[in-house]
Design a protein around this ligand. Structure first.
Ligand code: GLU
Length: 475
């Protein structure tokens, strides 16, 4: 198995999902998961994209075996394979100029034919070749594709596949234009085949946008006298409208998801579900290692997989809940520190136990890590009173009840039982129902009528010494 990303952009979610399927299948089969950086597009490939791809795969836990193969370093092997095809007469030099090819395609368009190369230089005599060379023309190398060839393979996802040579656009360019005594830059379909052979790849698992390439590549395997690998073409990832997920959809890079606060566990879990259905009873929350024990292509759908933010958010919440308070605290500390919270030694808010208790309180309602900043905010800074809170505090009996509570509030520690008793006593003293004092206390402490469990909230704010001033400001 291998992943063969082109470093012409950051690690795309589609490539990452392909990586997940390769990784799972390799682990399931006890095979190897290899990495090849396809950097032959010299203009668009950049080292920072390679770095981003490697980091993204590692972040997701998709560790590869061995050293990554760098495709551009293998140009000698690619040229040797092209030479072999030229020598065996399965490839030839084509001297057609860009202008001639454009004219050919314009003509095809005018007569409503599909664009294809008309194989015009397949049978050039040595003399004709000499004439072109004397004119100073350069040549591409084309691989012969017979119109009557039939290409079949059994795809692990799509079943029996059948292509006709006549649907492949005529003889295929495998090396860019160069002086006729040289071989120009080798092109994608050729180099992929040469490298997959050299790397002894048994299974090629990649997106279904490569299906037409597979047909061409199978002809190259045959021409090079090698058995082809097994192919699995995975369904595309679609956006909410059912169209192929593209840059226009905004978030498409693994690093974007990382920056948004998704955990690698949730994203890897979610990508596994993009096209694969877990067996009955497994549920949808699982680790990559768990999925690897059951992954197979029979459960990969042919239809495109629609991206579902709600499911990703739900999974991320699950992962955060599983972390437990201490691990969650570790993850939140840098985000809190960025707000200037919880770092100064001394105050209760910098106490790891207080912080872990805060995490126990807010943990269950987090779906993104960033929610842990918003929900922790009223514990680190005094919140403004929202309108709903102000009107609660203006309601009958609210202020007398809070005043009665404040009178009884101890300076020292407060237990949950004591806190309950205080609420009952203050409500009785002010002649209000317990619900009134509870709602008013929430309004005073959090500035809002929403929030986590009231008693636990109050006890935390008591420990940090913040409850008194927040109640007092409302009187
Ligand atoms: N480099 C190709 C791409 O990024 C993948 C080639 C392959 O998997 O065969 O789309």
């Amino acid at each position: 198995m291998r992943l063969a990303p082109s470093p012409t952009g950051t690690l795309h979610i589609g490539t990452a999902r392909t990586a997940v399927f390769n990784w799972l299948f390799a682990r399931r089969q006890g095979g190897e998961f290899l990495l090849r950086i396809e950097d032959t597009d010299r203009e668009r490939s950049r080292p920072e994209y390679t770095a981003n791809i490697l980091e993204g795969l590692q972040w997701l836990g998709l560790h590869w075996d061995g050293e990554p193969v760098v495709q551009s370093a293998r140009i000698g092997e690619h040229r040797a394979a092209i030479q072999q095809l030229l020598d065996s007469g399965q490839a030839y030099r084509c001297f057609a100029t860009e202008a001639e090819l454009t004219a050919m395609r314009d003509q095809q368009a005018a007569s409503k034919q599909a664009p294809r190369y008309d194989n015009r230089h397949r049978q050039l005599t040595a003399e004709q070749q000499q004439t072109f060379i004397a004119e100073g023309r350069e040549a591409t190398v084309r691989f012969k594709i017979d119109d009557d060839a039939t290409i079949t393979w059994s795809d692990l996802v799509r079943g029996d596949m059948r292509w006709s040579g006549s649907d492949l656009g005529g003889d295929m360019v495998i090396a860019r234009r160069a002086p006729a005594d040289q071989i120009g830059d080798p092109l994608y379909n050729l180099v992929v085949v040469v490298d997959d052979i050299a790397m002894a790849i048994s299974h090629v698992i990649r997106g279904e946008d490569h299906i037409a390439n597979t047909a061409k590549q199978l002809l190259l395997y045959a021409a090079l006298g090698t058995e082809p690998p097994i192919f699995a073409h995975t369904p595309l990832i679609l956006n909410q409208e059912g169209k192929k997920l593209s840059k226009r959809d905004g978030v498409t890079s693994v690093s974007d998801f990382q920056a948004m606060g998704y955990t690698p566990e949730a994203l890897a879990n979610y990508m596994t579900l993009l096209g694969w259905s877990p067996p009955e009873g497994m549920g949808e929350r699982f680790t990559l290692a768990e999925a690897a024990t059951v992954f197979d292509f029979e459960r990969v759908n042919r239809a495109g997989a629609r991206f579902d933010w709600d499911k990703l958010n739900w999974l991320n919440g699950q992962v955060l809940h599983e972390l437990g308070p201490d691990a969650l605290r570790q993850q939140l500390l840098p985000l809190w520190a960025a707000q200037g919270w919880g770092t100064a030694p001394g105050p209760a808010q910098a106490d790891p136990t207080w912080q872990a208790d805060l995490c126990s309180l807010i943990g269950p309602s987090l779906s993104l890590l960033a929610d842990g900043v918003e929900q922790a905010r009223p514990f680190f800074t005094t919140p403004e009173l929202q309108e709903s809170a102000s009107s609660q505090l203006a309601s009958e009996g609210a202020r007398p009840a809070l005043a009665a509570l404040l009178e009884r509030l101890p300076e020292g520690p407060l237990s949950a039982d004591q806190a309950q008793t205080l609420l009952t006593e203050a409500a009785t003293a002010a002649g209000v129902k317990k619900g009134v004092i509870m709602k008013s206390l929430r309004a005073a402490l959090l500035g809002s009528l929403q929030g986590p469990d009231l008693l636990a909230t109050w006890l935390l704010l008591h420990r940090s010494g913040d409850d008194r001033a927040r109640i007092a400001r409302c009187l």
